[in-house]
Design a protein around this ligand. Structure first.
Ligand code: PMP
Length: 393
């Protein structure tokens, strides 16, 4: 590495000069046992992966990787520029048309990531005076979108349509209610139909992030809006990522054509970002076509999640009922969550571990993700390992 020091190396010089304050933060983090380290994942791992978000088992599906590789060979390794300059290809247009068709929205616009799509949607749907009403458990990218918009943001109790109504009541002018469809830590679903009804009553727009719902929710995986019968509604905008169920990379905003056109002209993360890489676009399109041919993948992934939940709660662990593929298991403390994840790893199981600052203090947990390609015996063995390695009270 030409003498460069890796942040993962056993030691580095430490921050000095104008960055010396970083050392203090680092000490605090270490003392609290909350320091994070990057752990490169081997290409071929013996671990059973319940930590990623490859819900439909598509990221290594030969049809999907082939579609990505073909797109790379045809269109190049990068998009070469912003979508508004050189970064739009026929492949992007094809992907957008198929995503809109699949989810039931009028139009779609793809972004380099789901994070960028959320920043775009929140900021571009906000005019001076707009009130944003944001669920307390929303993903960081929605929170950052609210901050970046500089609009007045009212954070409301998690999954509480009455709290949303209260926030909207008395506000004159435009308002947008912002919510995940499936919350990324606990895996619970937002009360979408009730939120939509409240929004209609108050004339507010509804913006939902279906990162964990696209490909998973609904009979054919068409996502939360379709599952709730709301897809294509004129007052609904939906974002999603191409990096979870679709196994690729990138993000998308779905909504009325007029809103999508507005994003092309107003969303800074669209205008000033290099377009989605062709390989990612091609892989996402390949995954989408495969899902349309094999829609049973969606239902199977949810059944696996329910099976995990049943086994874990049956053994006395605390896990909220999963509405999609995210299964969250409560740990007594941040330290015990880290130790629990390490014990699982030692037994051949990779699980996620959420602790502050990703989650509030006192609610650390393991996070498992269900995948449609897990066999019943893999689910049984994995649940067994989690139960066996659980911290003793
Ligand atoms: N929204 C939610 C709910 C997510 O969980 C994530 C991914 N962690 C994102 C948005 C961001 O998507 P991407 O990883 O494609 O940037």
């Amino acid at each position: 590495m030409n003498g460069a020091t890796s942040v993962n190396g056993p030691q580095h010089a430490g921050a000095t000069g104008p960055f010396a304050w970083i050392a203090e933060q680092d000490r605090t983090r270490r003392a609290a046992g909350l320091r994070r380290e990057l752990r490169p994942r081997p290409a071929e791992s013996a671990l059973l992966d319940l930590a990623g978000n490859d819900y439909l088992g598509l990221t290594r599906h030969p049809e999907v990787t082939r579609a990505g590789a073909d797109a790379c060979l045809r269109w190049g390794a990068g998009a070469t520029g912003s979508r508004l300059v050189t970064g739009s290809t026929a492949l992007h247009a094809e992907l957008e048309a198929e995503l809109a068709d699949f989810t039931g929205f009028e139009a779609a616009l793809v972004f380099a990531s789901g994070y960028a799509a959320n920043l775009a949607a929140v900021t571009a749907l906000t005019a001076p005076g707009t009130l944003l009403v944001s669920d307390a458990a929303n993903h960081a990218s929605l929170i950052d979108g609210c901050r970046l918009s500089r609009a007045t943001t009212e954070v409301v109790r998690h999954a509480d349509p009455d709290a949303v109504a209260k926030a909207l009541d008395g506000h004159r002018g435009a308002a947008v209610v912002v919510s995940d469809t499936v919350f990324s830590v606990d895996g619970d679903a937002a009360p979408l139909a009730a939120l939509a009804a409240v929004c209609r009553e108050y004339g507010a727009g509804l913006l939902v992030d279906d990162a964990h719902g696209l490909g998973v929710l609904g009979a054919e995986g068409r996502g939360a809006a379709a599952a709730a019968g709301l897809a294509g509604a004129p007052d609904l905008v939906c974002t999603a990522t191409l990096s979870k169920a679709l196994g690729a990379q990138g993000g998308v905003v779905l909504g009325p054509a007029a809103v999508i056109e507005h994003l092309v002209n107003a969303a800074r993360t669209f205008i000033f970002d290099t377009g989605l890489a062709p390989a990612a676009a091609g892989a996402a399109l390949g995954a989408l076509r495969l899902l349309r041919r094999e829609p049973e993948r969606a239902g199977r992934s949810r059944a696996v999640a329910r099976d995990f939940h049943r086994r874990l709660t049956g053994a006395g662990l605390e896990s909220s009922a999963p509405d999609a593929c995210v299964v969250s298991v409560r740990a007594p403390s941040a330290d015990s969550a880290v130790a629990w994840a390490a014990a699982c790893r030692a037994e051949g199981l990779a699980v996620g571990c959420f602790r502050p600052p990703s989650v509030p203090d006192g609610v650390s947990r393991l996070r498992l993700t269900a995948r449609c390609d897990l066999t019943d015996s893999q689910v049984a063995d994995a649940a067994d390992i989690i139960v066996r390695t659980a911290p003793r009270p």
